[in-house]
Design a protein around this ligand. Structure first.
Ligand SMILES: NC(=O)c1ccc[n+]([C@@H]2O[C@H](COP(=O)([O-])OP(=O)(O)OC[C@H]3O[C@@H](n4cnc5c(N)ncnc54)[C@H](OP(=O)(O)O)[C@@H]3O)[C@@H](O)[C@H]2O)c1
Ligand SMILES: [Zn+2]
Length: 362
């Protein structure tokens, strides 16, 4: 009898993960899930993925495509089927009704409403369940969802672009453009995979950024400005919400009359990266992209709001002791104490390099 370590299921699970990934950036607050159905003879008879919150779950889509061919067959799914009534009925009941004999699952759902209960329901009903096929890959694909469910705040990606000598601007502040057009297009794709893009007031004042995915993602990710002072320009590009929504987050102790026309308002008890992260989690964000300057980036790292770091390195030398670097003081006094990162991947984009690192899972 093939189990989770058997190669029999690996290619099918790889296909389920591929299907799940088709909705990357669009399923929040839900996970990405892909599923397929093999008939009793092992022939593919149905496929599906969860496209967005409120839409049918992947299992239900694959089963409805399979119809009566599912009887005695196998369901391969990248996440444990749900067993609770949410915006859609529980998938476990649809599986039982379909006549499926075996369910192959990559990963247990960490959502407290499921967390093994889906598997128990299927096993109690007499179905064979194989758990753990491509588990690591499935957990990586849904790392943002898993992190939010376990920690109550979104997975944070910090991105910056710098010269080979680690500068993000010239001593006079000029910074457009350090990276190539290819790397900037890659940033648009990265934004499309996230639910929100965050900057501090400093970046709005100096760069007047647009922060959209340039139409790759529909709807565009929410654009968020964190400010203590509300000293923001009257006419920033972010205030035009015809392309994407903008949220300006500030505290109670500011002159509210300075609030610009256009964006929505979020008032925080404490103007901190952590308070903002927690508020964005409640607004259904699984994954947020921090595109801020050194002041806010450093505060976000210190408050454990950054789990992944993406750095574009351009083959340019900017020089200048007074030129800005990506981070300000993290407060370390010994090399033994510094933040250690794991290199996940790197790629070359035109003349630039992009390094992707996992910084912390907690
Ligand atoms: N190369 C790159 O990838 C890149 C990316 C972004 C920015 N930059 C550069 O970075 C420079 C701007 O740097 P910056 O550090 O001023 O930008 P920033 O980090 O985006 O903004 C700093 C501002 O964030 C707000 N903030 C709210 N809570 C905070 C907290 N707890 N800690 C720190 N800040 C908090 C404050 O806004 P208020 O002052 O409004 O209260 C603060 O002044 C510009 O030169 C820009 O070009 C470069
Ligand atoms: Zn479900």
């Amino acid at each position: 009898m093939p189990d989770a370590t058997s190669d029999v299921w690996t290619p099918w699970m790889r296909r389920a993960l591929q299907l799940a990934g088709l909705a990357e950036g669009r399923t929040s607050p839900n996970p990405m899930v892909g599923a397929l159905v093999l008939d009793h003879a092992g022939k593919l008879v149905g496929e599906g993925f969860h496209a967005k919150s409120g839409d049918p779950h992947a299992e239900v889509k694959a089963l409805s495509q399979a119809g009566s061919k599912a009887v005695g067959g196998t369901l391969v799914v990248s996440l444990e089927p749900c067993c609770h009534q949410g915006r859609t009925p529980p998938c476990t009941e649809a599986i039982l009704a379909s006549g499926i004999a075996k369910v192959v699952i990559a990963l247990q759902d960490p959502d407290p409403r499921v967390r093994g209960e889906g598997i128990t329901r299927l096993r109690d009903a007499g179905l064979e369940v194989v758990l753990g096929v491509l588990e690591k890959e499935a957990a990586y694909q849904n790392r943002a969802f898993i992190f939010r469910v376990c920690h109550g705040r979104p997975w944070g990606i910090l991105k910056w672009a710098m010269s080979l000598d680690g500068r993000i601007a010239l001593p006079n502040g000029a910074s457009k453009w350090i990276s190539s057009s290819g790397a900037r297009e890659w940033v648009h794709q990265l934004r499309a995979q996230c639910d929100a893009v965050i900057v501090g007031g400093g970046t709005v004042r100096s760069d007047n950024p647009l922060l959209t995915s340039r139409g790759i993602s529909d709807p565009e990710p929410l654009r968020v400005v964190l400010t203590k002072s509300l000293d923001l320009p009257d006419d920033a590009r972010l205030w035009d919400t015809s392309l994407a929504n903008t949220l300006v987050a500030h505290g109670w102790d500011v002159d509210q009359s300075k609030f610009p026309a256009g964006p929505d308002r979020l008032v925080l008890d404490s103007v901190s990266p952590l308070a903002l992260s927690q508020a964005l989690s409640k607004k259904n964000c699984n994954c947020v992209l921090w595109e801020c300057g050194p002041a806010l980036a450093t505060a976000a790292i210190k408050q454990k709001c950054i789990q992944e770091i993406s750095v574009v390195v351009a083959p340019k030398l900017l020089g200048g002791v007074s030129a800005q670097t990506p981070l300000s003081n993290l407060g370390f006094s010994s090399i033994e104490d510094v933040l250690m990162l794991q290199n996940e991947s790197f790629q070359k984009l035109g003349p630039d390099w992009v390094f992707n690192m996992i910084s912390s899972l907690d």
